[in-house]
Design a protein around this ligand. Structure first.
Ligand code: G6Q
Length: 551
């Protein structure tokens, strides 16, 4: 039997801990990190958590012990512990879609039982994983052949949003572990350029398409999938070729069949797994083909280790909870607008893009679970780039701009690509940035160096910019799983306190519906009756006029 989780009754801003935090903020605001470190020299060893293979140093935040006590009190008052339990138990926490959000079951070890509506979902998950493993090995070993008997060399994942960002991020992140004689491409955009550029140098006889779509009705994905089918059949000339060149990942067997893919070549997942929480489901088929089933399972083990940490660790030793609460502290009390994430690892170049969807689609909501407008800010804007590149562009604003932007820095003790002293240089930059952001350089220090009066203000760094530093041994499938689950759960922590549904995404619907209508207007041979606003009408007319001129 499933139980729906009801919203907590007391409005967030009326809670005692919230009010206490508002008052506490007035005391913290004028304090500088220089002072906090001077008064508590061991702060850098105290405000740390070393758990599950991740070392979190959160000492360079504008907090005291009292701040943490109050933030944790707020989490307690909001029933976070109960919500965590509800999520892991498969209760209906996605209330607007009346679904569980059971992504933690995707990485539950074989033999564990999680019952949902009388079915053990863990057994189902492992049955799909086993099928994925067989298929992946067939492709990796060259046993799976194309229609003309050629070995598959290219894998093209077609999907968008949650069916793209996870796979592409994971492929890039784990490239070091990938089978190098296979080429991987990812097509998401309905802009034909994406498909054309991804396939222009590929041989259809040696290319396998993975059509990833939970619903199998998404306009962009289905359009690209049809383009792929035409591209394939143009060369291979026979519908029977589809069987060897197309597989589907979906929950919608009917639409998969309609498209022409036999469900024998379909890998399923479940409606309780949201798109942006699905890179560890069959949506990760391209990842598994790239790195092999053992590495994929190691990644799942990493996810699971973080799940267990989140589920069991006390809040004051709980990495996702601490990170979630700190983000909320700046967002709701310092009124900051964005959060930057900087992985000092080139393989993680798509990690910020992945986090953008995870964080902003989950927590970019304006009403509570009960549909009442919130009177506080919800998700900040997430952005980032791998270090050190960002240092030479936008870091100027972080150091000396007028906005306060809390940042996460992610670094690794060991590199996968040792090259002279380059890893030391990379890490030195990471440590230096967090130090410079926290402590800055006073005008007196600048003058003492002999800087002129005229230039001194320009060369002064105020400091007091908060950062978290996350250190991990090495980027491996397991640590990637740890990191992704960490952010998933910090998003959940915040959503729980904001009392919003972190698992729906109604905000993408309006644009989608309008695009359907507008597409018909752009394509229609007869002049359509336009009933949009004057701006949209004029834009459509202008586009049509240009098209007419071209034909
Ligand atoms: C993610 C969202 C969204 C979704 C895409 C693709 O949580 O729901 O990004 O993943 O719209 O949807 P399909 O997988 O159904 O094609």
């Amino acid at each position: 039997m499933t139980i729906t989780v009801h919203s907590s009754t007391q409005p967030l801003t009326k809670r005692p801990a919230w009010k206490a935090l508002q008052a506490h903020y007035q005391q913290i605001r004028p304090l500088h990190l220089r002072q906090l470190f001077a008064e508590d020299p061991l702060r850098g060893e105290r405000f740390v958590v070393d758990a599950s293979g991740i070392y979190l140093d959160y000492s360079k935040n504008r907090i005291t012990d009292e701040t943490m006590r109050l933030l944790i009190k707020l989490a307690d008052e909001c029933g976070l512990r109960k919500r965590i339990k509800a999520m892991f138990n498969g209760e209906i926490i996605n209330v607007t879609e009346q679904r569980a959000a059971l992504h933690t079951a995707l990485r539950a070890p074989e033999g564990e039982r999680i019952m949902l509506d009388g079915v053990d979902v863990v057994a189902e998950v492992h049955a799909v994983l086993d099928r994925m493993a067989v298929f992946s090995e067939q492709v990796r070993s060259g046993q799976w052949l194309g229609y003309t008997g050629k070995r598959i060399r290219n894998i093209v994942n077609i999907g968008i949003g949650g069916s793209d960002l996870g796979p592409v991020m994971a492929y890039e992140a784990l490239r070091h572990y990938s089978q190098r004689d296979l080429t991987f491409r990812f097509v998401s955009n309905v802009d034909g350029t994406d498909f054309q550029e991804a396939t222009r140098d590929l041989d259809p006889e040696a290319t396998l398409f993975i059509i990833c779509s939970k619903t199998f009705t998404t306009l962009e994905t289905l359009t690209n999938a049809r383009a792929a089918r035409n591209w394939c059949l143009d060369k291979l000339g026979d519908d029977h070729a589809i069987r060897q060149h197309f597989v589907a990942v979906s929950t919608n067997a009917e639409e998969v069949t309609k498209f022409g893919i036999n469900t024998v070549n379909m890998f399923g997942f479940w409606d309780w797994d949201g798109g942006r929480y699905s890179m560890d489901s069959a949506i990760g088929l391209s990842t598994m083909i790239a790195v092999g089933p053992d590495n994929f399972r190691a990644m799942l083990a990493g996810f699971h280790a973080m799940d267990e940490h989140f589920r069991t660790a006390p809040f004051d030793r709980n990495i996702p909870v601490i990170i979630g609460l700190l983000k909320l502290w700046y967002n709701n009390f310092f009124d900051t607008q964005s959060v930057a994430v900087f992985p000092y690892n080139q393989y993680l170049k798509r990690f910020p893009a992945y986090l953008q969807q995870l964080t902003m689609e989950s927590n970019g909501k304006h009403v509570t679970l009960d549909g009442i407008c919130v009177d506080y800010q919800t998700s900040p804007i997430y952005w980032g780039e791998p270090g050190t590149n960002g240092q030479h562009s936008f870091f100027q604003l972080l150091h000396q701009g007028t906005r306060l932007i809390p940042c996460d820095f992610i670094g690794f003790y060991q590199t996968l690509n040792p090259l002279g002293d380059q890893h030391d240089l990379l890490m030195a930059n990471l440590f230096a940035q967090t130090e410079a952001l926290a402590f800055g350089k006073t005008e007196a220090e600048v003058r003492a160096e002999g800087t002129s009066d005229r230039l001194a203000p320009h060369r002064t760094f105020e400091g007091n910019r908060p950062t978290n530093t996350l250190l991990v041994e090495q980027l491996t499938p397991k640590t990637l799983g740890l990191l992704v689950a960490l952010y998933e759960h910090s998003v959940f922590t915040q959503g729980g306190i904001w009392n919003i549904d972190s698992f729906d995404q109604w905000g993408v619907e309006l644009g989608k519906a309008l695009a359907q209508k507008t597409a018909a207007e752009l394509k229609s041979a007869d002049e359509p009756q336009l009933d949009h606003d004057s701006s949209t009408n004029a834009l459509i007319r202008r586009y049509r006029q240009f098209k007419r001129g071209q034909s």
